[in-house]
Design a protein around this ligand. Structure first.
Ligand code: B12
Ligand code: SF4
Ligand code: SF4
Length: 297
């Protein structure tokens, strides 16, 4: 069943919120059973938005446009490939629960137990939500894909120009949906802050893009106090390995060594689960649970 743009947005927004509220896997089931994620933020982008070509310049030619993402899958399924105008992107933010943030805020080097469980089981839930949305849309006759869930499409790599990157950067998609902007630490700061995980789905439903600010250095980092000349370097101070600096921003290699490699040993030994994580730069900072920058009058 086809819907008009506004009706579609209301309908899918309701379903995402319902699933996050009701699905039993959005719970720290091996800890206290509390919510992993709080109420999501949801945004939309038009499939023919020129920003997707800009992302190829910024990230690399390997970063997919929504049309490229659907083409291969449509061809494999023998479905006619929708044009760019017929495609829309649904993007969402899953804010990490207050209790988890509070615990991580007390950590000085390694992630808290709840943060580690959120990285493992929260990401499993994030994937489940993407798969659920694809199935939910398909039941209604839409053609939908979650690019990060398609093995043939999604790949993370270490690129010569931009360092660690992927073929579908969720943060850049959420930026395109005007759900947030990039902080000094690289983290995407939204109205619900920077301590979150995010995801997206591409569908053959025309959607309008939001009115974003013009892209320039300040607007790209609009929600970050450092770029608003407010003198904040809290994330720099929080990083235990000096991976964030005023001079170079985020050093992904230093971050990788700590947040992926070193933390995995700690998490296994102390929390008995196989995962890595850190996120110290996302907690105990002014942008943790909200955008610290006031709305323009
Ligand atoms: C590879 C990866 C990493 C790498 C590299 C991170 C990175 N900066 O790209 C490493 C291992 C270091 C890493 C670490 C972490 N990660 Co990680 N990671 C990813 C992954 C798989 C791909 C990211 C990607 O494709 N990046 C592309 C590159 C090019 O992005 P970039 O360098 O940051 O982009 C900069 C430039 O493009 C620049 N820019 C310059 N000009 C322009 C112009 C325009 C128009 C735009 C839009 C941008 C732009 O802006 C960006 C910021 O400076 C995503 C999942 C996904 N599929 O997206 C998760 C993801 C980014 N990670 C996430 C998280 C939570 C973490 C950790 C906290 C670990 C943890 N869970 O405990 C740390 C945080 C590090 C930090 N300071 O942000 C979240 C981010 C949430 C958030 N608030 O931003 C994601 C989105 C996972 C998810 N599904 O939610 N991660
Ligand atoms: S802690 Fe301060 S400098 Fe760092 S991203 Fe948040 S607002 Fe920006
Ligand atoms: S995730 Fe950890 S290691 Fe990486 S930049 Fe943030 S605080 Fe530093």
């Amino acid at each position: 069943m086809q819907r008009d743009k506004e009706e579609f947005k209301r309908w899918i927004t309701e379903e995402i919120k319902r699933f996050v509220r009701e699905d039993p896997d959005n719970r720290l089931n091996l800890l206290d059973g509390s919510y992993i994620f709080e109420e999501p933020l949801i945004g939309f982008v038009a499939g023919d938005d020129p920003i997707f070509y800009k992302l190829k310049e910024v990230i690399g030619e390997f970063h997919l446009t929504p049309k490229e993402a659907v083409t291969k899958i449509a061809e494999n399924k023998g479905i006619s490939v929708p044009s760019e105008k017929e495609i829309g992107v649904i993007s969402y933010i899953l804010p990490i629960s207050k209790k988890t943030r509070e615990e991580n805020a007390k950590m000085k080097s390694m992630p808290g137990e709840r943060w580690a469980h959120t990285r493992l089981f929260g990401e499993q839930f994030n994937k489940k939500l993407q798969r659920h949305l694809v199935a939910f849309l398909e039941e209604e006759g839409y053609f939908a894909i979650a690019p990060q869930q398609v093995g043939d499409l999604f790949e993370t790599k270490r690129d010569d120009k931009v360092g660690y990157a992927s073929t579908w950067s969720q943060r850049h998609v959420t930026f395109a949906a005007d759900l947030g902007t990039f902080g000094l630490s690289d983290g995407l700061i939204t109205k619900a802050g920077k301590a979150h995980r995010c995801g997206s789905v591409v569908v053959n439903q025309p959607l309008d893009s939001p009115q974003r600010r013009e892209i320039n250095e300040t607007n790209l980092h609009w929600d970050c106090l450092y770029y608003q000349n407010e003198g904040c370097i809290e994330c720099v101070m929080r990083c235990p390995v000096g991976a964030i600096s005023e001079e170079f921003g985020h050093d992904k290699d230093l971050c990788f060594e700590h947040a992926v490699k070193k933390s995995a040993e700690f998490v296994k030994e102390n929390y008995k689960i196989d995962i890595y994580g850190c996120g110290l730069c996302q907690t105990d900072v002014p942008c943790e649970e909200e955008s610290p920058v006031k709305e323009e009058e």
